[in-house]
Design a binder for this molecule. Sequence first.
Ligand code: ADP
Ligand code: MG
Length: 339
Amino acid sequence: METRTEISSLGEFGLIKRINEGVKNMLPDTIKGIGDDAAVFDIGEEYGLLTSDMLLEGVHFDLTFFPLKHLGYKAIAINVSDIAAMNGVPRQVIVNLALSNRFSVEAIDELYSGIKAACSDFNVDLVGGDTSSSRSGLLISVSVFGKIKKDKITYRNTAKPNDLLCVTGDLGGAYLGLQLLEREKQVFLANPEMQPELEGKDYVVQRQLRPEARMDVIYELEEAGVIPTSMIDVSDGLASDLLHICAQSQVGAVVVEERLPIDEQTYLAASELNIGPVTAALNGGEDYELLFTVSQTSYELIKNNPKISVIGYITDNKEEIVLHTKADSRVPITAQGWT
Ligand code: ADP
Ligand code: MG
């Protein structure tokens, strides 16, 4: 009998690892294949970058509370975020859609108004795609091509002991925004007369519905003359994405709880939903901030940037990736992708 292995026994990262084991890149201009935020090619004077991410109705978004315009914006932003994570600049995007007949022309106009707004904000051209019918629901898949000067590319596997660990913006908001939206949906389903209670929660809701790629920080780092020693974007949660940097760089890390950037609204939502704000910051995901390391000599150049928090440092002990808590203890940081 043929063996059948459940995908859940490998998990997302195990599955990608297994795919990667069967892949050998042969072309001399393929610089980096599977394993970073974007693939890297030699295109002459610069490197080309290519990345792809898809969003599925019922898995990544729920159209009962996700406006199509925001969905279009998010589909572009999360892909641009992977180009940013290579220290790159996005250039062209391709958009693939699968649609069921539940969607009207006006609905697609809405989706594209968000796609176009993002293309304009991130200064990218929409240059193609593919459109198909779908038996159920909406699928949107985006690929972005970007560029980066060869000496400025930033991988996940090059963090060094004693580097400072930095993160942009704040963490945990997107996850709590989603929890609030889910809660309001349940309330509405139980009683359609109820109005959503999202007043004063606009920031966390917006973190979920309309994430930004941190290209602003990429340009500011360039202006400051800082090249991170490693970088990843925070899509799965700080914990999970830090573990990628540490595993690939063969280093450990200490994250100082007190230094974690958490917005006031995130604290409020966390307490209302009875979720630990630090847990949300570490494991929430979908914040699309940048997690990066810099050498200590760069500290002076970043310390006055209000968009950047130094949250810890890299060590040479790859067995120890820990949170230094407010109570002065050290707890291991663990994470996983979807199962
Ligand atoms: P990110 O969260 O930055 O988009 P992922 O965790 O989705 O990264 O992917 C990690 C790496 O695995 C990337 O290099 C990506 O291109 C690669 N990858 C993901 N899915 C597949 C697949 N089905 N086939 C080949 N490579 C894949
Ligand atoms: Mg990424």
